[in-house]
Design a binder for this molecule. Structure first.
Ligand code: GYE
Length: 306
């Protein structure tokens, strides 16, 4: 009983806001931190959160969204597993007058009126930052640089864009060669398995570019098992900067991490309140992010929250 929200933040519209949120899954440390951020900030903001885990499947997300529409939640938010195939269900939400906010990943829908806002990182820029570090690292060294790439889950915006941004930067110098590129599903297990296969097929890997920390961490196990030194024999670049990644970076097993912040909860809850109150919101909110060298990771690690 007695669940009066008790917070001084009534958005001007009656009772508590109900948000239906469809999460990708629990594939990585990033995802776990993102889920925690969303759950905690919903509680703080006094928003009633209906949380649904899609276990990496678009069909589960579509089902969840349809169920949120049927329940007549105030706002629907989700992080799309893949970029394409959303028009129909987004149209259903729009027709039901339920605003949608995209978080973390976007969709490729041409009709921008299908959602109110997209809050998340610029993944192409992240890929470029990874490429720029590599270009600097091998400046003045004319020998070929053999790169293997562990891609994120197929069709996901961060996999598509991190690949594209990186490729765009390294193509400036033909000495950079991506000799193998395959999905590692954003998970440690797959990162390890695929890296094992890469190591068997190629004797001469100079660099690993992994689209997230978890795949890089799995690959480190494979590299060590093959009797090589990660960070030295094979240079490693990853994306995310979760605690385990930062720990490996500080220990010299990773060489560079491009940060991608999972702490999207507070901004999402703010946006939800504004949307519910009928205010116009920005169509695109880009997350602020940095990069980390080994020295910077050592300095940042003691205060790293996730
Ligand atoms: O980088 C990866 C996660 O969408 C930005 O998804 C997110 C990515 C993140 O599994 O670790």
């Amino acid at each position: 009983g007695g669940d009066d929200a008790g917070s001084g933040d009534s958005g001007g519209g009656g009772g508590k806001i109900t948000m239906g949120f469809s999460q990708v899954g629990a594939e990585s440390g990033w995802r776990t931190a993102n889920t925690k951020s969303i759950q905690e900030s919903a509680a703080t903001a006094g928003i009633d959160l209906k949380f649904s885990d899609a276990q990496g499947k678009q069909e589960n997300q579509i089902k969840a969204i349809r169920s949120f529409i049927a329940q007549r939640v105030d706002v629907i938010a989700f992080s799309p597993v893949v970029e394409s195939g959303w028009d129909t269900v987004l149209k259903e939400a729009k027709d039901a007058n339920i605003p949608v906010i995209l978080t973390d990943r976007s969709v490729d829908s041409q009709d921008k009126t299908l959602y109110k806002s997209f809050i998340g990182s610029d993944f192409v820029l992240e890929g470029k930052k990874a490429g720029e570090w590599l270009v600097k690292e091998y400046e003045g060294k004319p020998e070929p640089v053999n790169i293997v790439e562990l891609q994120g889950s197929p069709g996901a915006a961060p996999a598509n864009d991190r690949k594209a941004g990186f490729a765009e930067v390294i193509k400036a110098d033909p000495k950079f060669k991506v000799i193998a590129s395959q999905t590692g599903q954003f998970t440690r297990t797959d990162g390890k398995e695929v890296m094992e296969a890469f190591l068997k097929a190629h004797q001469d890997i100079d660099v690993l570019y992994a689209h997230n920390d978890d795949m890089g961490l799995g690959a480190i196990e494979a590299i060590e098992a093959a009797g090589k030194k990660p960070g030295t024999d094979i240079k490693i670049i990853t994306v995310d900067a979760v605690k385990d990644g930062m720990t490996a970076l500080a220990a010299g097993k990773i060489n560079y991490i491009v940060e991608c912040s999972p702490l999207l909860g507070p901004q999402l809850m703010d946006l939800a309140k504004k949307v519910k109150a009928g205010e116009t919101v920005e169509q695109r909110v880009v997350t602020e992010e940095t990069t980390f060298t080994q020295e910077q990771a050592k300095a940042a690690l003691p205060d790293r929250k996730y």
